[in-house]
Ligand binder design. Structure first.
Ligand code: GLY
Length: 417
């Protein structure tokens, strides 16, 4: 009997070792690829004042038509020009005022955090400092993404006295876009809408929560909470899918609801659903308001039910025609995984969220999505989609897919090690 118990224990121990060796293997490989890609890109772009965003890719009009299945062809007016033959497959770089500028420095911070590699830290500081002028940018809500992913991570990993001023100055500019009559922060200053608010704007609230903690001033917190409450009231359909955009009249009534980057106004644009579940998970973390937790779990359950791909990496829109040719959005998957790891710690039945997020990051770490080191123009993941109805960034790497993938890996490590 005693001999049997010893045998069973030994077997169990070797199975556990196998599992953790397996985890180490895929995780180490992912971190090796990510560190190599990020370091070579940082080196390549040093001195240019530019940030890597994506890869120039073209599109075929008939293909877009078959994805969108729209009677109304007016989307053709907003298509981005197809890249020139010389540009095709080249790296797409952007300036610091691009909405995605915070993600590359943020990825460097996460890679540094997980590897301890000092070269990554030096690069993270270099690319974070490049974004200092963004503290004065007033014409977009995206400053939350830009500054929180760069300086916000710097504050966690290499705090210094100047970071507080950058975060609070940026947060003041974001708050200046808040309209108390409407109860929301204005997203865009371009376009034909009266007061557009996009679901992505939920992602800018972490900057405000940080500013509140840094200054002790509750005004940032109060604005974040009001924005989240108004969005919860107006952005969601009864099935918990989110519109991309709600535009308000000046008295707070609704001007229109749309899905600007999705298949059509009533479709579930994949990244929008990911921003939503992430945003309400963050809001619950910061406020402990049960209404935000309920919203986050409702959205998470909807995502798990609606994503029909076998590997849980969604098509670019949940309502896109299912099939091999339909582009995926790895960025939506990575954002969802990061949110679901955190959400899994807030609820008693969190294991289902943890398991789903684990499936996503393991699949993103497979050859199908993870780059081969030295390829993919220095990006970590392949197969994301920026905005298909605009002919923009279809089936390409995106810097924010890399950022949220690394963030998800970091959370996974924190929960499993
Ligand atoms: N925030 C813009 C996007 O998600 O494409």
């Amino acid at each position: 009997m005693r001999k049997n118990i010893i045998l069973i224990t030994a077997l169990a121990m070797s199975l556990t070792a196998c599992k953790s060796n397996h985890q180490e293997t895929w995780m180490n490989h992912a971190l090796d690829v990510a560190s190599g890609q990020l370091k070579s890109t940082a080196e390549e772009l040093t001195g240019t004042n530019m940030i890597p965003r994506s890869i120039h890719a073209g599109y075929d009009l008939n293909f877009l038509d078959s994805q969108l299945q729209r009677e109304d062809k007016s989307y053709i007016d907003s298509l981005r020009p197809n890249p020139s033959a010389k540009q095709l497959k080249q790296k797409y770089i952007c300036g610091i005022e691009d909405w995605t500028s915070g993600f590359f420095p943020g990825s460097l911070w996460y890679a540094y955090e997980m590897t301890g590699d000092e070269e990554l830290k030096t690069r993270a500081i270099q690319y974070t400092n490049m974004l200092n002028p963004i503290r004065r940018l007033k014409n977009t809500h995206d400053v939350g993404f830009m500054i929180n992913c760069s300086f916000g991570n710097a504050l966690r990993l290499a705090p210094n006295d100047t970071i507080k001023a950058v975060i609070t100055e940026t947060a003041d500019n974001l708050c200046a876009r808040f309209n108390p009559e409407i109860g929301c922060i204005r997203s865009w200053d371009f376009g034909y809408w009266n007061f557009p608010v996009i679901i992505d704007n939920m992602m800018n609230l972490d900057l405000l929560f940080n500013a509140s903690k840094l200054t002790g001033d509750s005004k940032y917190y109060d604005i974040a909470v009001k924005h989240a409450q108004t969005t919860m009231k107006n952005h969601f359909r009864p099935d918990y899918t989110s519109y991309h955009l709600v535009s308000y009249n000046n008295d707070g009534t609704i001007e229109k609801k749309q899905t600007h980057q999705g298949k059509n106004d009533e479709s579930a644009w994949s990244r929008g659903q990911a921003w939503a579940v992430y945003g309400y998970t963050s809001c619950y973390r910061e406020t402990k308001d049960a209404a935000f937790l309920q919203e986050a779990t409702n959205i998470a359950d909807m995502i798990m039910q609606r994503v029909k791909t076998e590997d849980c990496i969604p098509y670019w829109d949940y309502d896109a025609p299912a099939g091999e040719a339909t582009p995926r959005d790895a960025s939506a998957a990575a954002i969802t995984a990061s949110a679901l790891f955190e959400l899994s710690t807030f609820v008693p039945d969190g294991k289902k969220y943890f398991d789903y997020a684990e499936t996503i990051i393991k699949n993103l770490s497979s050859d199908k999505y993870l780059a081969v080191k030295g390829n993919n123009q220095g990006f970590v993941l392949m197969h994301s989609t920026g905005s298909l109805p605009h002919g923009s960034e279809i089936d390409v790497p995106l810097n924010y897919a890399d950022y949220y993938y690394l963030e998800a890996l970091q959370k996974y490590k924190g929960l499993t090690e």
